[in-house]
Design a protein around this ligand. Structure first.
Ligand SMILES: Cc1cc2nc3c(=O)[nH]c(=O)nc-3n(C[C@H](O)[C@H](O)[C@H](O)COP(=O)(O)OP(=O)(O)OC[C@H]3O[C@@H](n4cnc5c(N)ncnc54)[C@H](O)[C@@H]3O)c2cc1C
Length: 382
C-alpha cells in the first residue's frame, strides 16, 4: 500500500538506514566518521540521488534527505552529505560537462571522494550578492585565475576539492553573476585556516584564501552566464538537506529524553508523567513532524523539477526544522536535569550543534525576509 506521504520503498529505505546507523558507534572521531561514510556509500546511501549512469542510485533529494534524517536520528549525522552529494553532486549532474560528470559523480557516489562547497565570505555573510571572489580569464591560456576569501567552509580538509562560488570580473551590471569552480585541495594559492569553533563535531570549518589560484578552463562548472539558476539548483537541495539534518538531530535528542523521562523517578511516578515534562516533549515531537512534512513537500517539488516552488518550500522547511531542532534539543537537555550536561548522555554538545540548523546555510531571519518579500509581497528594509 502506498500512502500519500511516503511510499513503501521509502519506508523500507528508512528502516534499512535506521538499522544500519544503529550498528555504528556515535562518531566523534574522524576515523569512525570516515568509516561510516564509506560503508553508507557502499550501500548506495550517499549517492542515492545521483544519476544511475554515473554510479548513483537514480533517486532524488527526497531519498537523500531521508537517509540523512535517519542517520541523524540514530545520533550519527553526516554533515557533509548536505554538501558533497546534495549541492556539488546535483550541480555537476545538472550542469557539468560529460567529462566532469564522469570524473566526479562515480567517486562522490561510492564515497571515495568528497567535495566541499564555499560561498560564504567574511565581508558578505548573508548578503551573497556582495561576494567578491573574482574569476578572471587568462586570455593566453584560457585558464581561470581566482582571487578572494571564504569563511566557515566545512570539510575542506577532508574534501578532495571545493566547489567555489565566484563571480566574473566584467559583470557590467554590477549584479550577482555567480560562477562555480572546482578547486582541488592542493591547488597552489588555495590556503585554509582552521576556525576554532565551539562545536563538538567531526566536520571542521575553515577560512579560505584564494590568492591567484590558477585553474584549467574546465574547472568552471556550467555556463558562465547562467549563474543564478545553476546556483539555486544546488542551494535548494542544501536547504532540504539542512532540514533533514535538523529533524534527525531533534529526533535523536527527543528519543534520549523520552527514554530518560520514562525511567527517572524522583517522586511517586516517572518524571515523564508530569505535564511540565511531557507537554514540551509532545510539542517538540509535533513540531518535528510538521517540519518533516514541509521538508517532504520541498523535496518532492524539487525532484519533480519545480525549482521555483521548491525554493519557497525549501526555505520554509529549513526554517521549521531549524526551530524544531533547537527547541527539541533544549527540552531534551532540560528533561535530563544535571545529566543533560554530562558527557555520558551526550546531549549538552547538541546545544551548540542544533544552532547550526538555525544559522546555516541561510539564517532564520533571511528566510523570514524571503517569505515577507517573495511570498507576502511586503517591502524590503534593505
Ligand atoms: C557550522 C557551520 C558550517 C558552515 N558551513 C558552510 C559551508 O560549508 N560553506 C559555506 O559557504 N558556508 C558555511 N557556513 C556559513 C553559513 O552559511 C553562514 O554562517 C550563514 O549564511 C550566515 O552568515 P554570517 O555568519 O556571515 O552571518 P551574518 O550575515 O553576519 O548575519 C549575522 C546575523 O544578522 C542577521 N541578519 C543579517 N542580515 C539581516 C537582514 N537583512 N535582516 C535581518 N537579519 C539579518 C542574521 O540572520 C544573523 O542572525 C557554515 C556556518 C556554520 C556555523
Amino acid at each position: 500500500m502506498t500512502t500519500l506521504i511516503e511510499s513503501n520503498e521509502h519506508k523500507s529505505l528508512r528502516e534499512a538506514v535506521a538499522a544500519f546507523a544503529k550498528t555504528h558507534p556515535h562518531t566523534l572521531n574522524a576515523e569512525d566518521n570516515k568509516r561510516l561514510w564509506q560503508e553508507a556509500a557502499k550501500l548506495g546511501y550517499i549517492g542515492v540521488n545521483l544519476p544511475e549512469a554515473y554510479g548513483g542510485g537514480g533517486a532524488g533529494i527526497t531519498e537523500l534527505a531521508l537517509v540523512l534524517e535517519e542517520l541523524g536520528a540514530a545520533g550519527n549525522p553526516l554533515l557533509m552529505m548536505i554538501v558533497s552529494p546534495a549541492i556539488c553532486g546535483t550541480v555537476i549532474a545538472r550542469f557539468g560537462t560529460e567529462e566532469q560528470k564522469r570524473d566526479w559523480l562515480p567517486s562522490l557516489a561510492d564515497g571515495t571522494r568528497l567535495m566541499a562547497f564555499g560561498i560564504t565570505e567574511p565581508d558578505a555573510g548573508s548578503n551573497s550578492h556582495r561576494i567578491t571572489t573574482t574569476a578572471r580569464r587568462d586570455e593566453a591560456t584560457g585558464d581561470w585565475i581566482l582571487t578572494g576569501r571564504k569563511v566557515f567552509v566545512s570539510g575542506v580538509d577532508i574534501a578532495d576539492a571545493t566547489l567555489i562560488v565566484g563571480r566574473t570580473e566584467d559583470a557590467r551590471t554590477g549584479k550577482l553573476k555567480p560562477c562555480l569552480f572546482i578547486v582541488p585541495r592542493d591547488a597552489p594559492g588555495f590556503e585554509r585556516r582552521l576556525i576554532d569553533m565551539e562545536l563538538n563535531a567531526v566536520e571542521r570549518q575553515f577560512e579560505l584564501t584564494l590568492d591567484d589560484v590558477r585553474l584549467p578552463a574546465d574547472a568552471l562548472v556550467g555556463d558562465e552566464d547562467a549563474g543564478l539558476l545553476q546556483l539555486f539548483a544546488g542551494l535548494n537541495p542544501e536547504r532540504v538537506m539542512t532540514a533533514a539534518f535538523g529533524i534527525g538531530m531533534g529526533r535523536h535528542a527527543l528519543s534520549r529524553a523520552l527514554d530518560y523521562a520514562r525511567e527517572r523517578t524522583v517522586w511517586k511516578t516517572p518524571i515523564g508523567a508530569h505535564q511540565a515534562i511531557a507537554h514540551p516533549l509532545a510539542q517538540a515531537h509535533i513540531e518535528l513532524e510538521l517540519a518533516r512534512l514541509m521538508m517532504q513537500k520541498a523535496a518532492h517539488l524539487y525532484d519533480a523539477g519545480d525549482d521555483i516552488g521548491a525554493g519557497e518550500a525549501a526555505n520554509m522547511a529549513k526554517y521549521a526544522a531549524g526551530e524544531a531542532c533547537v527547541k527539541a534539543v533544549d527540552q531534551a537537555v532540560h528533561t535530563l536535569g544535571g545529566n543533560g550536561l554530562t558527557r555520558e548522555y551526550g546531549l549538552g554538545r547538541l546545544i551548540t550543534a542544533s544552532r547550526v540548523a538555525r544559522i546555516a546555510p541561510v539564517s532564520r531571519e533571511m528566510i523570514l525576509n524571503y517569505v515577507s518579500h517573495q511570498t507576502l509581497g511586503l517591502p524590503k528594509s534593505y
